[in-house]
Design a protein around this ligand. Sequence first.
Ligand SMILES: Cc1cc2nc3c(=O)[nH]c(=O)nc-3n(C[C@H](O)[C@H](O)[C@H](O)COP(=O)(O)O)c2cc1C
Length: 461
Amino acid sequence: MRYASLFQPITVGGVELKNRIVRSAHGTLLTGEGLIAYHEARARGGVAMSTLEATSVHDSAPSLMPLYNDSIIPVYREIADRMRPYGMKMFAQVYHPGAATKPRKSPFPWSASAIPSPNIGTIPMPMSTDMIGDVVKAFGDAARRIREGGLDGIDVHASSGYLLQQFMSPATNQRDDHYGGSFENRMRFLVETLEEIRRVVGDDFCVGIRLPNEEYIPGGLTPQDNADIAKYVEKYVDYVSLHMGSYWRFHKLLSTMEDPLGHEMKPNEVITPVVSKPTIVVGRIMTLDHANHIVESGAGDMVSMVRALIADPELVNKGQRGEEDLVRPCIGSNMGCVAQLMATGKLSCVVNVAAANEQTVPFEPVAPAPAKKKVLVIGGGPAGLEAARTAALRGHDVVLYEATRQLGGQVAIASRAPHRSDLAAITDFLSRERRNPMKWSSPPAPLRVETAFSCRHPQCR
Ligand SMILES: Cc1cc2nc3c(=O)[nH]c(=O)nc-3n(C[C@H](O)[C@H](O)[C@H](O)COP(=O)(O)O)c2cc1C
């Protein structure tokens, strides 16, 4: 069987996952049908479990989805109902950004100590014991709403440098009360939060935790510290999800093509061996082959593939069908997903125009053109290749003209710079596609491709 380890089911906190490919939480800033269509595409594509983006539990840090009041419950019910037919389990991530609360949302962010988050700059207000108690209770209320909303589980975000981590880390917690100083004191807020969530949802509801594996702040949490934390809190949770960094080193939190594939695995080596609960690992794991190796070798029980599945929601299905060569690749540039999310407030993807536009843009053409035409595409850069491919898939008779000896345009040139080679993954994919459009068979479109497009260049014939 292909990818035997990866396609093995696993039961986590009573929730059965049909394979080991999951999606850790990630911001989309979509709501309503747009959000549902986004996740539905990945559910249809074979993913076992997805997590809704980090959502604030408390109105001191307002978020797009108001998890701090009951109006969220019908929203979650709708999402849960729409994912169920595909067998993809849906979790929600709960958090409070603390010092990372955006100024337009709160001019006075809360934190452990008066240490600003580097991506915000505002000096936060050290929280009083009453404020801490209020947020702990809010985590419990949020957990109740998630359970009542029919979702499958809760992912507690104690990472990415947000509030819980601000208390956990000696670099950002300089308190001298019983929430600061010793390891036990720095863990107190997190433990109270987990206890409250458990008190509210009980032991028969899946609760996981997302922890940092490396913090990258001088005097901050090392892999060994994070191993101690994971061991300390694992009795409260059903899985431990590990990932890298915090906003203090944003390029490590969301690595780019500069980092090797699977680069977050190294610090995990100190943590996963001491954890007895199932683990989720992540970080530029772009192929099912790599993911299968991780599960097979015991380096992680589940593999989160976030950007790879933004680029190609059909990745899992294609792997199951042995069509890995048809996977549209993530190039790890972050220019579409993270950069656009932060700059414009909307997720996108430089290699998949349908990402976060699923309601209106199909991943692949869904119907042949009403009339077959001769299409001439001039220029074999990424836009020309993409246009030619789309036209061919719609049944047109396509010829692509390229003036140079190489397809890929400026992307091919840019990819020759040091640490930029992943850029060429997309132009290589598109160049390959011209040779085998007949092989294209991505559901749900039952389109029969009747014409290939061909490059006139002698090298390409
Ligand atoms: C656009 C975007 C938004 C993200 N937002 C969150 C988030 O809300 N919560 C979280 O825990 N991680 C978040 N992440 C991190 C991902 O869960 C994951 O750790 C990261 O993308 C690395 O995995 P990958 O290489 O498979 O993409 C986000 C990632 C992206 C790309």
